[in-house]
Design a protein around this ligand. Sequence first.
Ligand code: G3I
Length: 349
Amino acid sequence: PTTLKDAYKPYFKIGVAINERQFDERDPTAAAIIASQFNTISPENALKWESIHPRLDTFNFTPADHYVSFGEKNRMFIVGHCLIWHSQVPKWVFEDAEGKPLTREALLERMHDHIRTVVGRYKGRIGGWDVVNEAINDDGTMRQSPWFRIIGEDFIEKAFQYAHEADPSAELYYNDYSLENDAKRRGALALIRKLKTDGVPITGIGLQGHVKIDSPSAQKEAKTIEDFAALGIRVNISELDVDVLPRTTRSDSADVSTIAAGSAAANPYTAGLPEEQQQALARRYAELFNVFLQHHKSMGRVTLWGLSDANTWLNNFPTRGRTNYPLLFDREMKSKPAFTSVLDDAKNF
Ligand code: G3I
């Protein structure tokens, strides 16, 4: 096989997050690579609340419709991302007409309406939904989001119930990052165990997989997959990319350093990724996909969070204007050594 989707066909689906220029084929080069290499897609931003439901009585379905059509045209498994999140959700969602906080009942009704409308529109077409995104803190406790504060912890099970009601055949996921960290993973495992015990229709976990060149280790990644699979749910890697730049000030990193934003130390490879780092990235991808292949019986898909280094959130995080190289295609849309190592992993497995 010469494509990722063919090489991985015996094991799991291979996906990519795509943006409007790609699914509208205004970027035909990118659209062609997406169609030939991948068999599942995720919408990078088009289905988030602020995009699809910007005002109380306004739904903006056009981009999402185009996204779903692109997936159908290419016979892909189409992912919906995401229904309930604390980010990229407008402020009005949590307020009444006078700007006062909604009651629990009113917010539940608003959540129900949003999920019924969005999931219902794509019933039978979007195959799996990130129902709740990033509800857990790094220490394993529940994030104090407006969802949690106004509704209470059962906002999670309500969201799953509403999604299931709107499309009983869709897969439903809890999606989060840094689940390799022990405290956060324990929190997520406890949450999912409880959902399963209470009969909540959850089918899978999305391990986002925004990893660094040197962490988490392959062993940690393997353990994380095994821990979630043991709960009887499907494991997906939902947003994979590999940050190659040095850490700047980040609260969630073990060795917090204080590299000044915009400094050469924070942004050392503006002229291109040196060969040595290029190879290190390829080895890192090979190591990760080896873990995924070894666990393929537990896994549904591995989705990369973007196609090329030209369009990746990591160019703007944690500070804007960084030049990062986290993906499998370079800024000229050429495949990188990391692409070859991912392809070879499956061929040699
Ligand atoms: O669309 C507007 C545009 O009109 C405006 O001119 C421009 C100016 O900044 O902003 C554009 O919106 C940006 C949007 O992406 C679309 O490009 C936002 O500023 C920017 O914040 C937003 O970033 C997205 C981010 O989620 C928001 O939290 C990234 O593209 C997207 O990759 C990222 O994805 C998240 C997942 O959904 C959840 N897990 C983490 C992951 C990475 O942060």
